[in-house]
Design a protein around this ligand. Structure first.
Ligand code: ATP
Ligand code: MG
Length: 239
């Protein structure tokens, strides 16, 4: 079943076209990689599907419903969650409070219910000592907390924007396993932006490649990584 779909999605910032005529679909139970060089439009694309940014043209559909101009808080309520490339834990709150925020505001849960489900999610992510101030957390714990906060929303579609950045290889492996497990258990539609290709290879079943806002390739990682246009896009960016 297709959870999320876009058609001809375009976002201009003055003269710059950050996302151009992008059509894609994301299915329940699927982990999709969203890759491309710096500035390719990956974060803008996540902003467009999560409602942080509105499109200049095109369409966004969630479970068959047109949500193109639906505000972000409503999208969160109907099951679209995301993490942020620039992490922003609320530092005067504890871990559990940071996670509860997801469900208190968007799901309208009571504090007691929100705490109970936040505790269950943290246990699932092996995040403990939940009454700590977030200023004292390691990078791995911060990343887990960001994922936990998104999950507290009870999403059906989840977008992770460079959630592995800043983690070492053991920690990255751990988070890959966690994301696979939570996605499978919940039959989530997951979109993952990552720069480390080893992560994309291991984690995703399918990949879309963006360059200068345009979709230039789509398919399993093994296929797109051999596509001359994709290689050129990455080499061009590095030169
Ligand atoms: N609010 C904005 N105003 C103007 N330009 C923007 C805005 N947001 C993004 N852009 C531009 O849109 C383009 C795409 O940016 P975006 O952040 O989506 O890329 P990205 O693929 O996520 O890059 P990175 O891999 O570095 O995170 C860039 O040229 C960026 O400068
Ligand atoms: Mg980005």
């Amino acid at each position: 079943m297709t959870t999320l779909r876009t058609e001809g999605l375009t976002r201009r910032f003055q003269g710059l076209v950050a996302v151009k005529d992008l059509s894609f679909h994301l299915d329940a139970g699927e982990i999709l990689g969203i890759i491309g060089p710096n500035g390719a439009g990956k974060t803008t694309f996540i902003n467009l599907v999560s409602g942080i940014t509105m499109p200049s043209s095109g369409r966004v559909e969630y479970k068959g419903r047109d949500i193109t101009y639906m505000p972000a808080h409503e999208r969160a309520r109907i099951g679209i969650a995301r993490t942020y490339q620039l992490i922003h834990p609320l530092e005067n709150l504890t871990v559990i409070e940071n996670v509860m925020i997801g469900s208190v505001f968007s799901r309208g849960k009571s504090l007691k219910e929100a705490r109970r489900s936040a505790e269950a999610i943290c246990a699932e992510l092996e995040l403990d000592r939940l009454d700590r101030d977030t200023a004292k957390l390691s990078m791995l714990e911060i990343k887990k907390m960001e994922i936990a906060r998104a999950l507290a929303n009870e999403p059906e579609a989840l977008f992770l924007d460079e959630v592995m950045a800043g983690l070492n290889s053991d920690e990255t492996k751990q988070v890959i396993g966690t994301v696979q497990r939570i996605a499978a258990e919940r039959n989530l539609a997951v979109g993952v932006v990552e720069h480390v290709m080893g992560v994309i290879r291991e984690l995703t079943q399918r990949v879309i490649v963006l360059e200068a806002g345009e979709l230039i390739a789509e398919g399993p990682y093994e296929k797109v990584s051999k596509d001359p246009r994709v290689i050129e896009a990455y080499l061009g960016g590095a030169a």
